[in-house]
Design a protein around this ligand. Structure first.
Ligand SMILES: Cc1cc2nc3c(=O)[nH]c(=O)nc-3n(C[C@H](O)[C@H](O)[C@H](O)COP(=O)(O)O)c2cc1C
Length: 154
């Protein structure tokens, strides 16, 4: 009952074919100021989990109001079955300090280097240091989860 409104991010990790896979993730939080760090909890069955076990770098983006289609698709389909970014034609640009991909229309993109992990039930928490952050030039409103399958601004 206390779940909504809920924050949502999009984690982007590279796979072995060099393809970047985005996954919607609500269980994300900032955890440290100096160094600036962020943590994200990922289910063992996700393709993103498999990729995070192999990679040491990732991007977390916070979607803007116009990105509900992305949050829905990235949070319901698996990168095992499709190229999610190509499917929607989501605009991207290269990261600056890591081998990663930023979502151009996100409110903010964080480039992260993996520091630690913690098993928590059927998910694993991945803790990363933010090595670069990019805020959109416009003050775009951020997208939130307002209910089951409902997205909007607060
Ligand atoms: C709004 C929303 C939030 C989500 N939050 C999380 C999350 O925090 N952790 C997680 O493991 N899965 C979360 N999911 C589910 C994954 O995004 C979903 O299973 C996705 O299809 C996995 O993609 P992948 O197999 O390409 O990694 C969320 C889904 C939605 C729609």
């Amino acid at each position: 009952m206390l779940q909504y409104p809920e924050t949502v991010g999009i984690i982007i990790v590279k796979d072995e074919d060099g393809r970047y896979n985005p996954m919607s993730a609500s269980w994300v939080m900032l955890t440290s100021i100096e160094p600036r760090m962020i943590a994200i909890s990922i289910g063992f069955e996700r393709y993103t989990y498999e990729l995070m076990r192999k990679q040491s770098e990732f991007v977390i983006s916070f979607p803007s109001a116009g990105m509900a289609a992305e949050v829905k698709l990235f949070g319901s389909e698996s990168g095992r079955d499709m190229d999610k970014l190509k499917q929607l034609g989501t605009p991207t640009q290269p990261a600056t300090k890591i081998d990663g991909l930023l979502l151009s229309e996100a409110t903010v993109n964080y480039e992260c280097v993996l520091k630690d992990t913690l098993i928590t039930g059927d998910h694993m928490i991945f803790s990363g240091e933010i090595v670069a952050s990019h805020k959109h030039v416009d003050d775009l409103p951020r997208l939130y989860v307002l209910g089951p399958k409902e997205f909007g601004v607060l």
